[in-house]
Each structure stands twice: as structure tokens, then as C-alpha cells.
Ligand binder design. Structure first.
Ligand code: ATP
Length: 441
């Protein structure tokens, strides 16, 4: 399987099985937008839930906010986005196509038609709109280009309402918008994306230790969502390439089918953000350490994760083909924690009411372990298994006449089928519930 066909296969499976659809598809689509379908939503929710657990709930020093997408434009002036959130844009003089200059091998020649490319100019990536009835400059607002702005803007509110001591952090999941010049690679480079960001506030003397802590959490998260450790790589940004506000940045890169690319970022942003907002707003954002009586603007460690790039990394890692039972089989070897459906329950035959009734009963029992227990009684059992394989369901549970007591020693046992190996075993209903519970713990 070449890498290109792997990408095509992932895109096709994502659509065929209801994970990810092209945005506005019935109208011909809209570049840089994709919609999550029924299984995609469940996968995304599981990823976000796990992130909340590992980045917020497993710690005692983390809080959440849910800020608006539209914010006072002064936030983006202070953060530097109005002046500097831009990419170099070049336009082909012949075919008029536009490219990111820094993505081209040859910045003078159009990669599509061979025409001459014009001068690069800076293109601001923030989406602009107007708040209220007036469409003049005074009404300009931006769709947030990152969720971080809403965290910094609420730093004081969290301090004043909950009085946390440093170090502490604020986590937020939400949409962000970037008018990318060339959206591409499926859900890798989008114009509307979701981010999971933490701003972790520390005393300047503690930044290095906090940086190491979050670095570990990022690796643990990668493992928890099923990314193989040999496809996640740290890229330490050399000092001369660091953004002006950063003293240390590590890009976490992933081996996507189209190359090694940024998956997540981890940055030590010094006190740049809060100082800039203090200056921009005129409101003090400094912290008083009650023990040392020292007053200072907190420094920030920022682990920043794109949800969509995470999902693409998960799909890439999980995609498998084999020849189980002599036929080509496609399946997603998803970590049970993120799999949209944890188990599928089915009666061996759908026209036997006593089997159907028992299978429904089993499903209700398993739903107490996790709500995502599917029901499928369509087609033969082999087809049902294949459908579940393609959406990455780790377990299939089949109820047959033995479950009903036809062979007395098998009463209340079911067949548990494992996705990756295709192996089946006979277990009691209680044991199956335990297996599922253990797998998703
Ligand atoms: P790139 O260099 O690939 O454009 P970036 O360095 O601008 O990315 P950040 O500003 O650090 O990205 O954003 C934090 C995270 O948000 C990234 O690590 C990535 O996971 C995600 N992200 C950024 N831009 C996009 C996008 N256009 N589409 C999908 N996810 C994105």
C-alpha cells in the first residue's frame, strides 16, 4: 500500500462509514471545511473527553473556561494577531492560483501551470466580520484564530472568582478559524478547526519544570489515544527560529501519509501574553505571591492541540487491511477508549423473537458499562462483523440458542468476538461486561 493510496483509503472510509464528510457537500463543498458524521462525532467526543481527563481532571490545578468566538478586537491587537498573524502569499500571474510561498519548493514558478509567481505579500489569516448593523471599521470583529485568547482574557476573572494559587492552568476546547491560503490534506489544514488548549500559569522560576511536566502529559496522551510512539516525534525549534515571545518550543510531529507534519505544539511563552493584555487593556494582570510578597506577571506554558489533526493521526494509525478468513478485510484498530462504539450486540438470527429478546436484554446490561453499545441484526453475522471492523468497534457480542440454555452448561454465555484477531470465545454475560469495562478504563 503506497502512502498516497493510504490517504485516499482513509478519506473514503471516513465518508463511507460516517466519520467525516466534506463540508456543504450537496452544494459542491466549501474549501477547508469538513463536517463530522455520526461516528466522527463520537470519536471526537471521546478524544476531547480523554483530553479533559488527562489535562484537567487528573490534576488539582486546572480549571476550564468556555469563551466566545467573537471577542473585542483589541484582544487580537494586543496579542499581535492583527499586525502579524499572516502567511506569505504568492499568486501565479498566469492561472491566478494562490500558494503559500513557504510551502513551495520553487518560489518563482507555479507548481500547477508553470507560470511565473508574483512577489510574496503578507496575508492576514483572521476571518473578519462586523458586529451589529453597521459595516464600517468601528464594527469589525474577528473570528478567533485560536482558543488561547479567550483564556488570557479570562485570567483575571478566574483569579478573582476562584483565587487559585500559582501554578495553575486554564483549559479550553473550542472552534478556531484561520483563513488558510491553501487548505489541504483532508482535515489536516482547515479553515474552521477545533483546538484543545491549556495556558498554564507559573512563576518564571518554575517554567522549566512545568514544561517537562506537560511534555510528559503530551506523550501519555499520544499513547492513550493509540498513536504508536515511533510515529510521534519531537522537533525542538532552534533558538534562532523561535517566535519572538517564546523561549522554548517543541513541535510534536506525526508521520502522516503525506509526510511528517506538526500535530501539536508545546511552548514556553514567557510573560508575553499577560503583559501584552495588561498593556492593551490597562487592567493589572499581575499575581501577588502571598508567601514571598512578590508581585509579577505570570509566565505561561502552552500545550496546544488541534482536535482535527489528532483525529487524522488516530485514523492513520488505526487503518489496517488483512485477509481474515481469506477475504480482504479493512478495519480500524482504534484504542477502545476512543472507539465510537465499544461493542455491538446482535442476535444470531433476527427472526427468532426469543433470541432478539435475550440480545436486547444483554445490550441493556452492557449499556450500563458504557452507553455506546450498538445493535445490529441486519444481514448475516459475518457482514455485521465487517461493518463494525470498519468503524473500529473492539468487540462484537452474539447471542445464540446456547445463551438461551439449549446446551444447559452454556446458558447465559455469549460469543465475544475480538476485532483485531477475529478470534471468538465463549464467556458469561458478566465476564463480557468486565472485559469491556477493562478495555475502556
Ligand atoms: P502550521 O505551522 O501547520 O500552520 P501552526 O504552527 O500555525 O500550524 P499553531 O498556531 O501552533 O499551529 O496551532 C496549534 C495547533 O492547532 C496546531 O498544532 C495544530 O494541531 C492545530 N492547527 C493549527 N492550524 C490548523 C489548521 N489550519 N487546521 C487544523 N488544525 C490546525
Amino acid at each position: 500500500m503506497t502512502d498516497l493510496t493510504l490517504m485516499e483509503k482513509i478519506v473514503s472510509l471516513a465518508k463511507r462509514r460516517g466519520f467525516v464528510f466534506p463540508g456543504s457537500e450537496i452544494y459542491g463543498g466549501l474549501a477547508g471545511t469538513f463536517d463530522y458524521g455520526p461516528y466522527g462525532v463520537l470519536l471526537k467526543e471521546n478524544v476531547q473527553q480523554l483530553w479533559l481527563q488527562m489535562f484537567r481532571d487528573d490534576r488539582d490545578d486546572m480549571y476550564s473556561v468556555d469563551a466566545t468566538i467573537l471577542m473585542n478586537p483589541k484582544i487580537w491587537e494586543a496579542s499581535g494577531h492583527v499586525a502579524g498573524f499572516s502567511d506569505p502569499l504568492v499568486e501565479c500571474e498566469k492561472c491566478k492560483r494562490r500558494f503559500r510561498a513557504d510551502h513551495l519548493d520553487n518560489p518563482t514558478t507555479c507548481p500547477e501551470c508553470g507560470g511565473v509567481l508574483g512577489e510574496a505579500r503578507q496575508f492576514n489569516m483572521m476571518f473578519k466580520t462586523h458586529a451589529g448593523a453597521m459595516e464600517d471599521d468601528s464594527a469589525v470583529v474577528y473570528l478567533r484564530p485560536e482558543t488561547a485568547g479567550g483564556i488570557f482574557a479570562n485570567f483575571k476573572n478566574v483569579m478573582d472568582s476562584l483565587h487559585p494559587k500559582l501554578p495553575f492552568g486554564i483549559a479550553q476546547i473550542g472552534k478556531a478559524f484561520r483563513n488558510e491560503i491553501a487548505p489541504r490534506d483532508f482535515i489536516f489544514r482547515l479553515r474552521e478547526l477545533s483546538q484543545m488548549e491549556v495556558e498554564y500559569f507559573v512563576s518564571p522560576k518554575d517554567w522549566a519544570q512545568a514544561f517537562e511536566e506537560w511534555r510528559k502529559v503530551l506523550h501519555l496522551f499520544a499513547t492513550a489515544i493509540g498513536l504508536p510512539s515511533n510515529s510521534v516525534h519531537e522537533l525542538e525549534i532552534p533558538p534562532e527560529e523561535l517566535a519572538h515571545y517564546s523561549k522554548r518550543t517543541i513541535d510534536f510531529e506525526f508521520d502522516y501519509p503525506f509526510g511528517r507534519k506538526e500535530l501539536w505544539g508545546l511552548a514556553y511563552r514567557t510573560d508575553f501574553d499577560l503583559s501584552a493584555h495588561e498593556k492593551g487593556s490597562g487592567v493589572s494582570l499581575s499575581y501577588l505571591d502571598e508567601e514571598t510578597k512578590e508581585k509579577y506577571v505570570p509566565h505561561v506554558i502552552e500545550p496546544s492541540l488541534g482536535v482535527d489533526r489528532t483525529i487524522l493521526a488516530i485514523l492513520t494509525s488505526a487503518y489496517r487491511e488483512d485477509a481474515l478468513g481469506g477475504e480482504v478485510r479493512t478495519y480500524l484498530a482504534l484504542a477502545p477508549k476512543v472507539a465510537p462504539v465499544k461493542a455491538m450486540v446482535s442476535p444470531l438470527l433476527k427472526n427468532k423473537p426469543e433470541l432478539v429478546a435475550k440480545a436486547r436484554e444483554v445490550r441493556e446490561i452492557l449499556k450500563k458499562v458504557h452507553p455506546a453499545i450498538a445493535w445490529d441484526d441486519n444481514g448475516n453475522i459475518g457482514k455485521r462483523y465487517r461493518r463494525q471492523d470498519e468503524i473500529g468497534t473492539p468487540f462484537c457480542v452474539t447471542i445464540d440458542f446456547d445463551t438461551l440454555g439449549e446446551t444447559p452448561e452454556h446458558k447465559d454465555t455469549v460469543t465475544l468476538r475480538h476485532r483485531d484477531s477475529g478470534e471468538q470465545e465463549r464467556l458469561s454475560i458478566v465476564e463480557v461486561a468486565e472485559r469491556i469495562a477493562t478495555a475502556i478504563r
